[in-house]
Design a binder for this molecule. Structure first.
Ligand SMILES: NC(=O)c1ccc[n+]([C@@H]2O[C@H](COP(=O)([O-])OP(=O)(O)OC[C@H]3O[C@@H](n4cnc5c(N)ncnc54)[C@H](OP(=O)(O)O)[C@@H]3O)[C@@H](O)[C@H]2O)c1
Length: 378
């Protein structure tokens, strides 16, 4: 993750204040309606860039960023923890979301402790220096999320184990049950990610604690117009990943980049954000569409100014314009980044039990991404 720490340049004459609106979760917690996704393209952070990342993120926090999404697999929890502390903004004002990786489903408690260790690294040294019982705040992690329902077997690197089929242990029900035991002073809430109506239906029939959040891919090519209202009816709030479809230079593929040159989206950009440059205007429309639908977005940016502008731009779209965005996949095509995109690293050609090509050992129908006819459920 590289963060551009050049002095902020005002992008628009109509600059609004950073939103302080919140989304209320099913356990009563309030979280910001928008934040920052910290995953760098290709995962991991180049060691030469860590200082810039921490400085950039802590500056963004000082200027109003209050929600950060991280994960073990992004290899940046330690940097996020440092940025939070260096910002000097009270910990309780910031919402930190981190995630249980697939290769840790059989060791939930240990993986959670390891995440705490990475988030708290500097805090421990501060503790020693001051001989005080400091903590990362009232709690260590605000929301701990199961990154995928799919598990991988234990592996040496803790990241790339052999895929475990949907019906083998640990099942996602067993993993979630272990996560329920984490809720307490060190973990305010638990959630899931990349769950579909099919996997959530199974989970809701068995769990004791309804997940506060389902973190899912949403953008105009994959609007999730079925899953979002369904989750909201169950009391599960939605956090959108990939909300900008990877941006105008998306590495998810050409189809995603075409969102930024689509005439309908360009004209909506001009209508709502006449003073933005065309790409930025389309991005702001995409984020405002999610905001209008009550979805919490976590766009990524390497620029402090864009991180902040993405929190300032949020505007309610008209009901007609929401419908236009909901339906534009009919013109551009319905695509999931992880089906059509470039994340080949997640796919296994020889899935368990003769399943063929699978994502972490599950077929797209086992995950719930395609219906019985094999059509992608958008
Ligand atoms: N749970 C999961 O399985 C999962 C999977 C993937 C991602 N995520 C989370 O979701 C976050 C966001 O997803 P993502 O990083 O894949 O993609 P994204 O947020 O859709 O796109 C990020 C790209 O958009 C550009 N951008 C930022 N602001 C813009 C604006 N206002 N207008 C136009 N372009 C803009 C950025 O470029 P610049 O850097 O140049 O600004 C960046 O390259 C991740 O960081 C991660 O936290 C979760």
């Amino acid at each position: 993750m590289t963060i551009d720490i050049s002095p902020p340049v005002p992008l628009s004459e109509e600059s609004r204040p950073i939103t302080t609106e919140t989304c209320v979760l099913n356990n009563g917690m309030h979280i910001p309606i928008a934040g920052h996704g910290s995953m760098e393209k290709g995962w991991g952070v180049d060691p030469t860039e860590t200082a810039r990342v921490v400085t950039g993120l802590s500056q963004a926090i000082r200027q109003g960023l209050r929600l950060i999404d991280t994960a073990k697999v992004y290899a940046n929890e330690e940097l996020v923890g440092r940025a939070v502390r260096e910002s000097d903004v009270p910990r309780e004002e910031i919402t930190i979301v981190t995630k249980l990786w697939n290769a840790d489903h059989h060791r939930v408690q240990e993986a959670f402790e390891e995440s705490l260790g990475r988030l708290m690294l500097d805090c421990n040294s501060t503790r020693e220096k001051l001989s005080l019982t400091l903590s990362f705040g009232d709690t260590d992690v605000d929301i701990y999320i199961m990154h995928w329902p799919c598990a991988l077997a234990e592996s040496e690197d803790g990241l790339n184990g052999i895929p475990i089929p949907i019906d083998a242990q640990p099942t996602f029900l067993e993993t979630y049950s272990a996560m329920e035991k984490l809720i307490g002073p060190r973990c305010r809430a638990i959630g899931v990610s990349n769950f579909t109506q099919s996997t959530l239906t199974t989970l809701l029939a068995q769990c004791n604690v309804i997940p506060v959040i389902n973190e899912i891919e949403i953008h105009p090519l994959f609007p999730q117009t079925n899953l979002v209202p369904w989750c909201q009816e169950q009391g599960i709030s939605i956090l959108a990943w990939g909300p900008l479809a990877g941006g105008p230079a998306s590495n998810y593929g050409q189809t995603f980049r075409e969102i930024y040159t689509n005439p309908t989206l360009r004209s909506l950009g001009k209508k709502y954000f006449p003073n933005y440059d065309p790409n930025q205007a389309v991005g702001a429309v995409l984020l405002s569409w999610l905001y209008t639908r009550g979805i919490v977005a976590i766009p990524h940016s390497t620029s402090i100014e864009r991180i902040l502008e993405n929190l300032r731009c949020l505007t309610r779209l008209t009901a007609e314009d929401v419908l236009v965005l909901n339906g534009i996949h009919g013109e551009l095509g319905g695509y999931k980044m992880l089906i059509e995109g470039s994340e080949e690293v997640l796919w296994y050609e020889d899935g368990p039990g003769g399943r063929g090509r699978t994502l972490f050992g599950w077929t797209t129908s086992e995950i719930g991404w395609v219906d019985e006819k094999g059509e992608v459920v958008v």
